[in-house]
Each structure stands twice: as structure tokens, then as C-alpha cells.
Design a protein around this ligand. Structure first.
Ligand code: AN7
Length: 345
């Protein structure tokens, strides 16, 4: 049978109410890409779970199919979220599919071009707030408590239900859980979901390495960050809604949550791209964390199965790349000029 999306594929494992009306863009079923060069370097079997290949270009679609399906089934007419960008684009697409109105709140000037364009293209009402993601989330929580507007941030438990499916897919492909799972941590919905998913599926448990950006690392510091800053705008979050659960996942799995610098994130982004996988900066944090840990000698990957979760596509944030190189050279339209430019072949 052809693939029919996550609720169809894994619905029996998802705690969704009976009124749920399946709204799907055939999300999920993303590839677990072997990375032979990185595997050799670390002496392990390293895979990238490339979540950038979801319908709107990020892992958020897994939770959004569930959240929107539940909301539309219960008769909601408007959904709202705060977002660093990917949630906004995903909510906009699934709301469009369901015929709902979507309102998305984003931090002014801090959302990557591909995400903002996505939200607009899918027809969401996009509002910038003069504040951070955390401020936007506070507003969204208040308005959904006082009005019938449905909240689709990952505080919504159905988002977590949907996002558990990534853990199921990894187990199904590998025939069990990997030894390590490395992933970025922002609002901490994803790490919470993976851990819940692995526990529920009972095909083994990975150790979890959660990775925050150094300028937005409340879970490493142990207190909220008032003014988070990082090149990885997706995880520019100072007060994660599911922070406690993220720490629990790290602790229970005998893993940890660490932080990496923006330079380490961008370097990991380049390394992934050099093996054919272009991800947005935040999505490279998992690999950056793995690299930082192995340089410190606190991570022995040898002989292990390691899954690095790459949460969003590189196309989401092209300016990170285009700002760092000069425009391609221009030549006259003739063969000699071309050969001259290419040089020795
Ligand atoms: C590419 O879109 O919070 O720890 O509003 O876009 O589950 O928050 C995005 C988060 C990692 C962190 N990678 O996941 C939003 C938003 C990418 C992301 C994360 C995000 P969580």
C-alpha cells in the first residue's frame, strides 16, 4: 500500500482522541542516511535522520499532523503558535490543508527567510513581536486560555504524540534503537518526544545527547536566559517549555545536555554539507555536540550506532551561506573563458 502519512502508519501508538480527523501531507518516513566518511572518522556507524525532507522542511510536521488533526476534529477554527520559524511554517501548511485560520507569532527580525516565506506562502497571518520567542509563547498561552483559539506549540500534548514517530521510524529501520541519539534542543519538545517514543516502542533505548547553542543554553546553565543569541535562530530560546522533561530524558538515558559555540555549529553544518546533507544551522548542533564531546574524550563512539537528528533543511536559511561567500564569478559566454576559469582538469 502506498504511504499515507504518520497517523495512518503509527496511529495505534499515538494517544489521540476519537474526534481526531486525519490531516496529513504525508509527513514522516524520512531517510536515515548512512554517513560513511563521518563513520570512519568516529569509528562508529553514523546515520543522519534527515528531517529536512518533511513536507515543510522540518521535523515539526510530525507533531503538526497530530495537533491540527485533533484541533480540527474538535471544531477549532483558528490555531496559533509562537515560533522561531519552523513551527510557524508547519502550522501554516497544516492549517491551510484543514481549512483553518493560522496566526503565527515570531520574534521580530530573527526568523530565517525560508521559514517566514513558507508561513506567508501557506497563508498564515504572521505577526512579529518586539521580543523573543519566549515572550511570544507567553502571549500565545494567554490568548489560548482566554479564547477558543487552539494552541499548536509543543506544550500541546498531541505535538509530542506525533513527534514520537521519529523514534519509531529509527527503530524500524535499524531493527532497534541506536546506541546514541544526538539532537538540537530549543524548546525541548523534540527530545521529550524521542525519549517518550523510544520508551514506548520497547526496541531498546539510546543514550541521548541534547545540544544547545552556547548563547541559548538554559538547560546547561541551569537557569533561563533572558536574551538568548545564536546564529542558529531556530533554537534561540531562553526558557524551554519542556526543559524539565529534557533534563529527565538526558538523565534517564545516561546521556547529557551540552552546549556548543556558533563556530562549532557552522563547522558541523559545513561538514554535513561536504557529505551531501545540507541542513540549517540549528540542525547541525547534534553533530557539533558529538564532535565536541569526542574531542574532549568524553564520548567513545567506537563500534556504536549513532543517529544524528538533522531537524531542518538548509534551504530554510540560505543567507547563512550566501553571506559567507562572494557572488559566483562572471565570465563572457565562450568556451575558452570557461576552460580558463576552471583551470586544470
Ligand atoms: C530546525 O519552530 O521552536 O527542542 O518555533 O526549528 O523541540 O524546540 C523550532 C525548534 C531544532 C528545537 N531544530 O526543537 C519553532 C521552534 C530546528 C528547529 C529545534 C527547532 P525543540
Amino acid at each position: 500500500m502506498t504511504y499515507q502519512g504518520l497517523i495512518h502508519r503509527y496511529g495505534q501508538y499515538l494517544d489521540l482522541p476519537a474526534h481526531t480527523k486525519n490531516i496529513s501531507l504525508l509527513e514522516g518516513n524520512t531517510p536515515l542516511i548512512p554517513m560513511p566518511r563521518l563513520s570512519r572518522e568516529f569509528g562508529c556507524e553514523l546515520f543522519v535522520k534527515f528531517e529536512g525532507l518533511n513536507p515543510t522542511g522540518s521535523f515539526k510536521d510530525r507533531g503538526m499532523t497530530a495537533a491540527i488533526s485533533e484541533a480540527v476534529g474538535r471544531g477549532a477554527q483558528t490555531v496559533i503558535c509562537a515560533s522561531t520559524g519552523n513551527t510557524a511554517a508547519s502550522a501554516a501548511a497544516y492549517a491551510a490543508r484543514a481549512g483553518l485560520r493560522a496566526v503565527v507569532l515570531i520574534p521580530e527580525g530573527k526568523v530565517a527567510a525560508g521559514k517566514l516565506a513558507g508561513a506567508v506562502a501557506y497563508g498564515a497571518e504572521v505577526i512579529q513581536i518586539q521580543g523573543s520567542f519566549d515572550d511570544a509563547l507567553t502571549l500565545v498561552v494567554e490568548i489560548t486560555q482566554k479564547t477558543p483559539i487552539a494552541l499548536v506549540n509543543s506544550i500541546n500534548p498531541f505535538r509530542i504524540e506525533g513527534q514520537k514517530t521519529a523514534a519509531f521510524e529509527i527503530c524500524d529501520v535499524l531493527g532497534g534503537a541506536p546506541d546514541w541519539l544526538c539532537l538540537p534542543v530549543g524548546n525541548a519538545g523534540n527530545i521529550t518526544s524521542y525519549w517518550a517514543g523510544f520508551k514506548q516502542y520497547q526496541k531498546g533505548l539510546p543514550q541521548v545527547l541534547g545540544v544547545q547553542a552556547a548563547g541559548a543554553a538554559p538547560l546547561v546553565l541551569g537557569y533561563p536566559v533572558e536574551k538568548p543569541e545564536t546564529v542558529a535562530t531556530a533554537i534561540r530560546i531562553g526558557k524551554p517549555a519542556r526543559g524539565e522533561q529534557a533534563l529527565e530524558a538526558a538523565h534517564e538515558s545516561n546521556g547529557r545536555i551540552i552546549s556548543v559555540s556558533d563556530e562549532e555549529i557552522l563547522s558541523a553544518q559545513r561538514i554535513l554539507a561536504s557529505e551531501g546533507v545540507w541542513v540549517e544551522p540549528a540542525s547541525a548542533a547534534g553533530l557539533a555536540g558529538l564532535m565536541a564531546e569526542s574531542v574532549r574524550g568524553s564520548f567513545d563512539a567506537s563500534g556504536k550506532k549513532v543517529v544524528v537528528v538533522c531537524t531542518g533543511h538548509g534551504l530554510k536559511d540560505p543567507s547563512i551561506i550566501t553571506e559567507s561567500f562572494q557572488s559566483p564569478k562572471i565570465i563572457p559566454m565562450n568556451y575558452d573563458a570557461l576552460l580558463g576559469m576552471i583551470g586544470g582538469v
